[in-house]
Write a protein that binds this ligand. Sequence first.
Ligand SMILES: N[C@@H](CCC(=O)N[C@@H](CS)C(=O)NCC(=O)O)C(=O)O
Length: 211
Amino acid sequence: MKLYDCHIAPNPRRARMFLAEKGIELETIEIDILAGENLKVDFLAINSSGLLPVLELDDGTRIDETMAICHYFEELQPDPPLLGRDPREKAIIISRQRKMEFDGMISSSEVFRNQHENFTQRSIPGGGEDVIPAIPALVTRGQQTLDRFFQRLELYLSETPYTAGDQFSMVDITAICAIDFAGWSDILIPETNTHTKAWYEKISARPSVDA
Ligand SMILES: N[C@@H](CCC(=O)N[C@@H](CS)C(=O)NCC(=O)O)C(=O)O
């Protein structure tokens, strides 16, 4: 098995953190997104969406989408459980995971890509070599959605020690990757969000954050 990876990119980081928490080591193949290696014909033959990460099984099957990869490994190796231990936890994790992904990861991407000089012609991740111009107004909209993301996170963490209850889960992984991605655009955890700041310190101490 091997993982097509990009060490600087937030979604591959989510997959690597998940694997590190499970203690699973995989061969990785680095694809340079900044140089546009993911948009070239060789990588498009591996994943036609041009996105990372991609898991390649020994039989040649390729699985894209971070959550699909995580579900695959959760089934193979349930311990430690990162996607819920019972029906109630599993449902909460799916619900919160989606919010952290849409309001956190995707908004951070929207803010970053629509103002960064490297992405003026690549404002949507992946695809091929088509030109997709940046839309500056999307920076403001992404910032507004990130405000909502930080409010929601603070609410979750005012109720439970982790983002989806009393146990570390995939939701914590997605949330910290989204926060660090927002930081690329100098958007930080609001000073008044004390629960989130304490949680951030706690999660940052886990070895998997550097995976
Ligand atoms: N929903 C996808 C998102 C994947 C994604 O957007 N990956 C980014 C890296 S974080 C990418 O491949 N970007 C390619 C590009 O910028 O052209 C997942 O979770 O795997």
